[in-house]
Design a binder for this molecule. Structure first.
Ligand code: SF4
Length: 371
């Protein structure tokens, strides 16, 4: 039996558009959500025609804002996924939620289905930051959502943003302290980036906070409180890693469903068309919605695998590198990294990983590994 793989479903709807967001998402017009669900079912049917659908070991329903779907829409989404896929026992299932749309109805439905984790887009617990970032929720809603999730047996993960306009270091410290008192198992922290094609990418706010001290404090504080940094942007209580993301960093295969979703199977990386009407029309005509595809091989695949592994606390096992790519790659890597300060790395017999300091300057390390 082929090994079970991962599944990603992209829900392309948000209540309003945040000024820095480059994901494919938008406020739904009347009829968009039913059209999306119908097209999703069709996309899965098309995949099924290519061969048996694989069993699923981790699923991530992200976006966009999956909690913007009503409970009846969610029931339909669950029916679609359950009819098509077999989830292996103990499968991890994560749903992304936004405090502005999450309800008790969502939580009890997710719990009764097979959801194991909720990833909540809190971003900050300072109203000033939330307003500056154009978020649709405030501190009170974020706290309320965290309390509700913690009251279930679902594992709570929180996303935070730093480097926002006018963001204060002190408020960041308070946000970290407060999320921990709400019982989070997992925290992802992201520095605000100015992406081309977004309002802030075109006209950046002029008082962006310098991100470095925020990141450094999170590394120190979260680890002190028992959340290990297991990837550049991710911290978790031991064993509470997001298995879906770990599989991605280890080069695991995944199916991507929905407009703009990326997938990776048999060394082929694909992307679905980031346009809902076009996505719906393609699948309705029995056409694959993939608009981009590339085969990863040779040096490119080797260096991407090395970079992804180096993002994580487990780093690279040199023995695996040699087994998969021969002796040449570890030697070239060692040569590329030789001139960097030694304290950017943690070395143990047969393994190399980034130190805390190395995690802070990851980008300048990847540059050296790109062929
Ligand atoms: S809620 Fe998330 S996905 Fe939606 S617009 Fe804001 S940042 Fe983008």
């Amino acid at each position: 039996m082929p090994p079970a793989i991962s599944l990603y479903v992209h829900v392309p709807f948000c209540r309003s558009k945040c000024p820095y967001c480059a994901f494919y998402s938008f406020p739904p017009a009347v009829g968009d959500i039913p059209s999306f669900l119908q097209a999703l079912e069709k996309e899965i049917a098309l995949l099924g025609r290519e061969g048996d659908l694989p069993r699923i070991r981790t699923a991530y329903i992200g976006g966009g804002t999956p909690s913007l779907l009503s409970v009846p829409d969610w029931r339909r989404l669950i029916r679609i996924l359950e009819r098509a896929f077999t989830f292996i026992p103990g499968a991890e299932v994560t749903v992304e939620a936004n405090p502005a749309s999450l309800t008790g109805g969502h939580l009890s439905l997710w719990k009764d289905w097979r959801v194991t984790r909720v990833s909540l887009g809190v971003q900050s617990l300072q109203d000033k930051d939330l307003l500056a970032a154009g978020r649709a929720h405030d501190r009170r809603l974020a706290l309320d959502s965290m309390t509700r999730i913690s009251g279930t047996d679902l594992s709570l993960s929180v996303d935070l943003l730093f480097g926002l306009p006018g963001q204060h270091f002190r408020g960041w410290g308070e946000t970290l302290r407060e999320i921990l008192s709400e019982g989070v198992d997992h925290v992802s922290i992201y520095q605000l980036t100015l992406e081309e094609g977004t309002p802030w990418g075109e006209r950046p706010p002029n008082d962006l906070a310098e991100g470095y001290p925020f990141y450094r404090w999170a590394q120190y504080y979260l680890e002190k409180k028992g959340l290990l940094q297991y990837e550049i942007a991710s911290f978790a209580r031991p064993g509470r890693w997001c298995r879906h993301n770990v599989s991605y960093w280890r080069g695991g295969e995944f199916i991507g469903l929905g407009p703009s979703a990326w997938g990776y199977r048999k060394y082929q990386r694909t992307r679905n068309i980031p346009d809902l009407p076009e996505y719906c029309s393609m699948v309705a005509r029995g056409k694959s919605p993939v608009c981009y595809s590339e085969r990863l091989e040779g040096d490119r695949l080797a260096s991407e695998s090395a970079i992804l592994a180096l993002r994580t606390r487990w780093g690279i096992r040199l023995q695996d590198l040699r087994r998969d790519w021969g002796d040449d790659l570890p030697e070239r890597m060692a040569a590329a990294l030789k001139e960097l300060p030694r304290d950017l790395f943690r070395r143990s017999p047969g393994r190399i990983a980034l130190s805390r300091r190395g995690m802070r300057v990851g980008n300048s390390i990847w540059e050296r590994l790109v062929p």
